[in-house]
Design a protein around this ligand. Structure first.
Ligand SMILES: [Zn+2]
Length: 65
């Protein structure tokens, strides 16, 4: 199964605008990411996959549809 097939049957996913706790830069993160997401600026981990909804380590400042 590809990653995209995995994503399609889940209507309850969304994007989050997350602020890095270390350097305060902001990044858009998929709520059910299957990859560890690191800050583009300082490489702090912002989100980790859990098999479902990602564990968010940064500060969520907005939810985007
Ligand atoms: Zn950072």
């Amino acid at each position: 199964m590809t990653e995209w097939e995995n994503l399609i049957p889940r209507p309850t996913s969304w994007f989050l605008r997350v602020r890095c706790r270390s350097c305060e830069s902001e990044q858009i993160i998929f709520s059910h990411t299957t990859h560890v997401i690191r800050c583009r600026t300082c490489e702090e981990i912002l989100a980790e996959p859990t098999g479902g909804k990602a564990k968010i380590n940064g500060i969520v400042i907005a939810v985007l549809g």
